[in-house]
Write a protein that binds this ligand. Structure first.
Ligand code: PLP
Length: 383
């Protein structure tokens, strides 16, 4: 009998294995061995989905809303999203200019495949969410990091962005509030980026997933300044504590939305019908939940930033999202080693900044209770 080894596609071989895997695997190993590890690695709110959203999903099941839907999403949801974008973001879109995917992740994936040709350069402010460069590469594009600095609280400098534009540049990806930096870009920066896009004929893909998790600032959507150049991506995961329901969406110029629908129609079809009905309830009325979550996240942010700085881990104060990037050079210059020391010696799981392009830093998520944050700070004090 001959042995046969399937040859994987070149495309998939170019996907980079995540350097966080080693730390995550070690954390799981320790947990399985009965060691009580405190994880600060979560990428999701620790709250339950609000009850009125759960009730809407149950009602949808009972009403038999369990079949395929339109690829781009049920009209009721796209209408609710268009109304939300007008009410909360000052953006005018028809429901046809909205497409619903299986999480913001799929909407982003569809967007890159709809817009990128081989060799197209995509500017991404760094530190960045690791999926952007991977998805861009997957779609044939070339990710180009545009660095931001901790001393600027990781806010993008539009002049640095402008200097990175080449004749091959096709797109700018923005993520404000950002993962992993928590940075919120001021309106003047967004206007400057919009001007640049208009001047150089670039597309902006703006990921506004964390828009409601923002402190002392009002969220501003860049689509207000360059609507023809902008695709706005958002979703239910972070705002309404619905990570498992897998609802994301995008709104923008009709040809882009149609192309994204065509891609989705040949891949996953529609997002879950039940989740879509749940998302209608979430998007129409979740102000009380959003305010509750924001208040709790802000308390936690204040505690963890103060605590980490006091322990000699310099940490800028983020204006949004639920992550901090702590400088761990006090315990090791290599952030992978620092993360390992935090895990092995303090039993605290964090994500090394390596893949985010945040050298010398680790990411801690504070989507966890104040009690756990206190316990983590106590453990880290021993290092
Ligand atoms: C910046 C950012 N965008 C998008 C997503 C994807 O969210 P989802 O696919 O759950 O909608 C995440 C999740 O971690 C994120 O951090």
């Amino acid at each position: 009998m001959t042995t046969f080894t399937p040859r994987l596609s070149e495309q998939v071989q170019r996907l980079r294995p995540s350097s966080t895997i080693a730390v995550t695997a070690r954390a799981l190993e320790l947990q399985r061995a009965g060691v009580d590890v405190l994880s600060m690695a979560a990428g999701e709110p620790d709250f339950d989905t609000p009850p009125h959203v759960v009730a809407a999903a149950k009602a949808a099941i009972d009403a038999g809303r369990t079949r395929y839907t339109q690829v781009q999403g049920i009209p009721e949801l796209r209408e609710a999203i268009a109304a939300k974008l007008l009410r909360e973001n000052g953006l005018t879109y028809t429901p046809d200019q909205v497409t619903v995917g299986n999480g913001g992740k799929q909407s982003l994936f569809n967007a890159f495949f709809a817009l990128l040709d081989p060799g197209d350069e995509v500017l991404i402010p760094s530190p960045y969410w690791v999926s952007y460069p991977e998805m861009v590469r997957f779609a044939g594009g070339v990710p180009v990091a545009v660095p931001t600095r901790p001393e600027d609280a990781y806010r993008l400098d539009p002049d640095v962005l402008r200097a990175a534009v080449t004749p091959r540049t096709k797109m700018i990806v923005l993520n404000s509030p950002g993962n992993p930096t928590g940075a919120v870009f001021p309106e003047a920066t967004l206007r400057a980026v919009a001007d640049l896009a208009q001047e150089r004929g670039l597309m902006i893909v703006t990921d506004e997933m964390y828009e409601h998790i923002i402190y002392d600032h009002a969220h501003v959507s860049i689509a207000r300044f360059a609507p023809d150049h902008t695709l706005t991506v958002n979703g239910a995961s972070k705002a309404y504590a619905m990570t498992g329901w897998r609802i994301g969406y995008a709104a923008g110029p009709l040809p882009v939305i149609r192309a994204m629908n065509a891609i989705q129609g040949q891949s996953t079809s529609n997002a879950s019908s039940v989740s879509q009905w749940a998302a209608v309830a979430a998007i129409q009325d979740s102000r009380a939940f959003i305010e509750m979550a924001r208040g709790k996240f802000q308390q936690r942010r204040d505690r963890i930033v103060a605590g980490l700085n006091a322990l000699g881990f310099p940490t800028p104060t983020p204006d949004g999202a639920f992550y901090v990037l702590a400088d761990t050079s006090r315990i090791h210059t290599d952030e992978l080693e620092a993360a390992r020391i935090m895990l092995d010696d303090a039993r605290v799981a964090v994500v090394p900044g390596t893949d985010f392009l945040a050298p010398g830093r680790v990411r801690l998520s504070y989507a966890t209770s104040l009690e756990q944050i206190e316990a983590v700070l106590e453990r880290l004090a021993g290092l």
